[in-house]
Design a protein around this ligand. Structure first.
Ligand code: AMP
Ligand code: MG
Length: 269
């Protein structure tokens, strides 16, 4: 899989209309081979997570952003299936509480960044502060505009402190969202996921796309790249993300810590 094609090059122009949400070109098999392929990848991820934890040197932060129904929950469920729950944390960011709002917007984020040996997944993130906040004018433009640079500086600091950062925008089409919202209406087991607020956001699709485009253009950096993941096909989305996470962990060249000396002489009675 050549996933580099999904990485947004720093300072490049992004037109999401040119990124096909239905692309599945980097997988050699077809859909029916996907579960087996993903299983192999999740086994490998399990090993790498154990190594990360054992070595306790590096930290991994995964940021997931998407339109409603984009598949953030599905990625967490499927890509991290089988990984030891002790080593992975999920932080979900909803609309800020009054206390959170009384602080700067990174305050609630920073306390969830990973410690040594940890993987943390952000289900939404500080990027909401240049997305929903921008689309709904929750703060004036001169305030949110400064945030791209602020976020880059924040992430650069994290990277210099040993955090590997991977950011995924799950790219679905507006038609695909329609189908997924309809499923939530049709299937009683999915009713709890349906929120009529999602329909109001859907009406602002073009505003969101503009906000996502600028976010991708301005905050995809060497130390914290964005990937635009084709996400209309769930199986392909999972493969791309799994592959990317594994590749990043393999690059860390991790090693199990040295054993205590003399282990070979120990006799357990
Ligand atoms: P969900 O992820 O579907 O549970 O929805 C969480 C909601 O919280 C979404 O509508 C987000 O747009 C909203 N949200 C997350 N972060 C912020 C933020 N910083 N400001 C305003 N709304 C936010
Ligand atoms: Mg929702």
């Amino acid at each position: 899989m050549n996933i580099d094609r999904y990485r947004v090059k720093p300072n490049s122009k992004v037109k999401l209309a040119d990124w096909d949400p239905g692309d599945d070109s980097q997988f050699d098999g077809d859909k029916k081979d996907a579960p087996k392929a993903l299983e192999k990848l999740t086994d490998r991820l399990e090993e790498l997570q154990e190594l990360l934890y054992a070595e306790s040197k590096h930290k991994l932060l995964i940021v997931l952003q998407a339109m409603d129904t984009g598949g953030k929950d599905g990625v967490i469920r499927h890509v991290f299936d089988g990984v030891n729950p002790q080593g992975v944390k999920v932080a979900a960011f909803k609309a800020p509480t009054p206390i959170e709002l009384s602080h700067d917007y990174l305050w609630r984020i920073h306390q969830h960044t990973p410690a040594r040996g940890e993987i943390v997944i952000f289900n939404r993130s500080h990027y909401e502060d240049v997305l929903v906040v921008r689309v709904h004018n929750l703060v004036p433009e001169d305030v949110w505009r400064k945030r791209y640079d602020q976020i880059n500086a924040f992430e650069e600091m994290l990277a210099e402190e040993g955090v590997t950062i991977l950011k995924f925008y799950l790219h679905i089409s507006k038609d695909e969202q329609k189908e997924r919202l309809q499923e939530r209406l049709d299937d009683p087991a999915k009713h709890w996921k349906f929120s009529s607020g999602d329909l109001a956001e859907r009406k602002r699709w073009p505003d969101y796309m503009a906000a996502y485009e600028e976010m991708l253009e301005r905050t995809s950096t060497k130390h914290a790249p964005w990937f635009v993941v084709p996400a209309n096909r769930k199986w392909y989305r999972n493969l791309v993300i799994s592959h990317t996470v594994i590749g990043a962990l393999e690059e860390l060249k991790m090693q199990f810590p040295a054993a205590e000396p003399g282990l070979d002489k120990i006799v357990i009675e």
